[in-house]
Design a protein around this ligand. Structure first.
Ligand SMILES: Nc1ncnc2c1ncn2[C@@H]1O[C@H](COP(=O)(O)OP(=O)(O)OP(=O)(O)O)[C@@H](O)[C@H]1O
Length: 462
């Protein structure tokens, strides 16, 4: 679906610049320079969203808002405002504007706000009509399309370049990255941008499947084929037929299941347990891991042939700390998401909190940020998030402590560099992290490069 946006601004070159930018992002746009022109066009055409300057030569953004909402309350309105007009923009939000963005406009911010407004429109449409014409899958697809922050940092641009490149093909993709870096999101984006987008996307958490049930989960079974098989069951392969199968935490599959999976992928056929009939399956596989699969292959824990079958192309999900220029964009996204979830209206983060966010290491990546912000929104009684509602680990002076403390729930604390037994500490952390160096570095609260140097220094064998 192509969304239609009307841009209203009396600055002709600015108006045409915004239009060009939005056209490039896949929106259909019209542009006008006054209230009168806008009035005529809105009466004639259906727009999904109106992006208007607060000050117009013959009127203002609030009038536009009222006019738009009278015609169709579902149309979303975003105001563009200079510093002097923020008060008007805030008032407009009380009257039903979705949001406002400050001039000079930041392209990522405006895109993000537009996407959020369109999600809001979809939600309103769905609430209004039980028989909405948008099917569940295509709605989810649209929602996901809109609810992703792409980011502007170098690593993010590169990430999306790879996604765009590989998505239209049928190549198997292995997404590698630390926990919470957005691997599943990347997998779904690839599916969405592929020719299989209208077909099923089935996500399987390989770590959650017991070995004994794996064959039935992946390939299905017939009623009565084993004790407990009280009904016929369609397996994930059949459910994903024509579409994409996402294998999350693929490193957790047992060796036997790896063999079964490889066979199904090579032969493109499956046989449900208890059935004598083979079923042809056409699926694209995307797998994700936060483990060092190459090491697992070397140590004989993961089959090399399956590894190569899954890893026709690999994509690295960057850590949040590597995406410095995106940190505030993500924070803003999670703030809006939490506002919507918790029915709150927090406007922004205080400058102090923003700078704390920029300095923090984010060992739990996007998932940690989402949780921290949701908690902060819940606890906040003010319009701006203040540092008092952030968890303790944000205020430990050294980044070593920060990272260690946040892992305390699941990991033991390591007092690195404060004692003589540094080498042992590193070895224990590596063992705990199953020799995943990224994870070991996280446990230790140091970066990967430092860990590599220490490994070299102590001649630790891996
Ligand atoms: N580009 C993005 N824009 C907005 N939110 C995102 C983006 N990527 C991930 N998220 C959010 O961050 C959280 C973690 O993402 P996701 O589950 O994809 O990470 P993951 O790497 O698969 O995690 P794990 O390794 O634990 O399985 C989710 O709440 C997800 O919605």
């Amino acid at each position: 679906m192509i969304y239609k946006i009307l841009v209203i601004d009396d600055d002709v070159s600015f108006c045409s610049m915004i239009k060009t930018f939005l056209n490039k992002k896949g929106f259909e746009t019209s542009g006008v320079f006054s209230f009168l022109e806008a009035e005529q066009l809105i009466k004639k055409q259906n727009f999904d969203l109106v992006l208007t300057d607060v000050r117009l030569p013959d009127s203002d953004g609030v009038k536009i808002l009222q006019f738009v909402k009278d015609i169709n309350p579902e149309i979303q309105v975003i105001l563009m405002t200079g510093y002097a007009d923020i008060k008007t923009a805030v008032n407009a939000m009380k009257l039903g504007a979705f949001d406002y963005v400050s001039k000079p406009i930041n392209s990522d911010e405006i895109l993000h706000t537009i996407n959020q407004a369109l999600i809001n429109k979809l939600n309103i449409a769905e609430e209004k009509s039980e028989q909405t014409k948008v099917s569940k899958t295509s709605r989810n697809k649209q929602l996901n399309d809109l609810s992703v922050v792409k980011g502007k940092s170098e690593v993010s641009l590169e990430l999306h370049k790879y996604i765009d490149l590989v998505a239209p093909t049928n190549i198997s993709v292995l997404v590698i990255g630390d926990s919470g870096t957005g691997k599943e999101n990347i997998a779904f984006s690839i599916h969405q941008q592929s020719k299989r987008a209208s077909k099923p996307y089935i996500a399987v958490d390989c770590g959650a499947i017991p070995k004994e049930l794996a064959a039935s989960e992946f390939f299905g079974h017939l009623k009565g084929s084993f004790t407990g098989a009280i009904n016929d069951k369609i397996g994930h392969f059949e459910a994903a037929n024509g579409g994409t199968l996402f294998l999350d935490e693929v490193g957790n599959l047992s060796y036997e299941v790896q063999v079964q999976l490889l066979r199904a992928l090579q032969e493109r056929k499956i046989k449900p347990i208890g059935s004598s009939k083979e079923i042809d399956v056409d699926i694209r596989v995307i797998a994700a891991t936060n483990e060092d699969l190459q090491r697992a292959v070397r140590e004989g824990e993961f089959r090399e042939d399956l590894y190569h079958r899954l890893n026709e192309f690999s994509i690295k999900a960057p850590r949040l700390s590597e995406r410095e220029n995106d940190i505030l964009l993500f924070a803003d996204f999670f703030l809006k998401q939490s506002n919507a979830d918790l029915e709150k209206e927090i406007i922004d983060f205080s400058d102090e909190v923003k700078s704390i966010f920029l300095d923090y290491d984010w060992p739990g990546n996007l998932r940690e940020m989402r949780n921290v912000i949701k908690r902060a929104v819940l606890l906040s009684s003010l319009n701006y998030i203040q540092k008092e509602v952030l968890p303790e680990e944000f205020f430990n002076t050294s980044s070593l402590n920060k990272t260690t403390n946040i892992l305390l729930d699941t990991e033991d604390e390591f007092k690195l560099f404060s004692s003589k037994n540094e080498e042992n500490t590193i070895i224990t952390a590596l063992e705990k992290a199953k020799f995943n160096k990224t994870k070991a570095a996280q446990i230790l609260g140091i970066d990967r490069k430092t860990l590599y140097n220490k490994i070299k220094l102590y001649n630790i064998e891996l």
